[in-house]
Write a protein that binds this ligand. Structure first.
Ligand SMILES: Nc1ncnc2c1ncn2[C@@H]1O[C@H](COP(=O)(O)OP(=O)(O)OP(=O)(O)O)[C@@H](O)[C@H]1O
Ligand SMILES: [Mg+2]
Length: 252
């Protein structure tokens, strides 16, 4: 792990009208680590990462990437800075094949006799390459519509789309295993480890402490809009983290 955090969020407060979703939250994530964010429903996990990914602007607080202050006014600006997210609703076009999904809105083209046409062959081979080289995944079929793939393989396509960008440095995943069975969950966790091994920072929101303890290096615990602690996974336990999630007074 590098010394300078790749991501540093300091004093983040986010209010929606009268609702305070986040109250003075600090978050750090390093290159080459998986940082898990855990907490009960409504603890502010999704809001926190939406602030990081430029979907929401913080009411207060600052964000630094590699020590440089950033001010994202849109998700597109966060993507330009190397931060992207895969949400539980994968935002895939299910009727299109995996390659079409990989390059949706970003299609590769070639010019033949002065006419620009889609380069389907290269989009397919690139899809195959990124899935294998970066995620260690081979799809059952590259021809079928994406909806015919398993949940885990669809997840892989969504992640491949994010990691295709050479500039990607932070991959945020909000509940990636929530809808998956045990086998597919195991594959998705493997894939997260592959992404981490390439030096990216992975920020993983999960309600499954089993998944969190399997794959993360550190755990950031949110409770009622505040960060109530950050622990090293190897030095903690599910009991300890659970106690932080529900709060000491309720656990006692
Ligand atoms: N767009 C919004 N407008 C108003 N309130 C919001 C908005 N988004 C989130 N909130 C509120 O902010 C708080 C934190 O919500 P958030 O979605 O970040 O929680 P979460 O930890 O992701 O929960 P879950 O585990 O259920 O996904 C909640 O009280 C929620 O109702
Ligand atoms: Mg959420």
């Amino acid at each position: 792990m590098a010394d300078t955090p790749l991501v540093q969020m300091t004093g983040i407060t986010k209010r929606f009208g009268g609702v305070t979703a986040l109250q003075n939250v600090d978050l750090t994530a390093y290159a080459g680590e998986v940082l898990a964010i855990v907490g009960d429903n409504g603890a502010g996990k999704s809001t926190l990462i939406k602030v990081l990914t430029g979907v929401y602007q913080p009411t207060e607080g600052q964000i630094f990437i590699d020590g440089q202050k950033v001010d994202f006014s849109s998700h597109a600006e966060a993507i330009d800075a190397g931060i992207d997210a895969v949400y539980q609703t994968l935002a895939l076009a299910d009727h299109l094949d995996p390659a079409a999904n990989m390059f949706l809105g970003n299609e590769l083209t070639k010019t033949i006799f002065g006419i620009e046409i889609l380069d389907n062959k290269r989009m397919r081979s690139e899809t195959e390459r990124v899935l294998m080289e970066r995620l260690g995944v081979k799809l059952k079929s590259l021809d079928a519509p994406t909806e015919s793939l398993s949940g885990g393989q669809r997840q892989a396509v969504a992640i491949a789309r994010a990691v295709y960008s050479e500039g990607l440095r932070v991959l945020v995943m909000d509940e990636p295993t929530a809808a998956l069975g045990p086998q597919e969950t195991a594959r998705t966790l493997k894939l997260i480890k592959n992404v981490k091994a390439q030096g990216l920072a992975v920020i993983l929101i999960s309600h499954s402490l089993d998944d969190v303890f399997e794959v993360s290096d550190r755990v950031h615990v949110q409770r009622r809009g505040q960060c109530v602690g950050v622990v090293k996974t190897s030095e903690s336990s599910t009991q300890e983290v659970l106690g932080m999630i529900v709060g000491a007074e309720e656990a006692a």
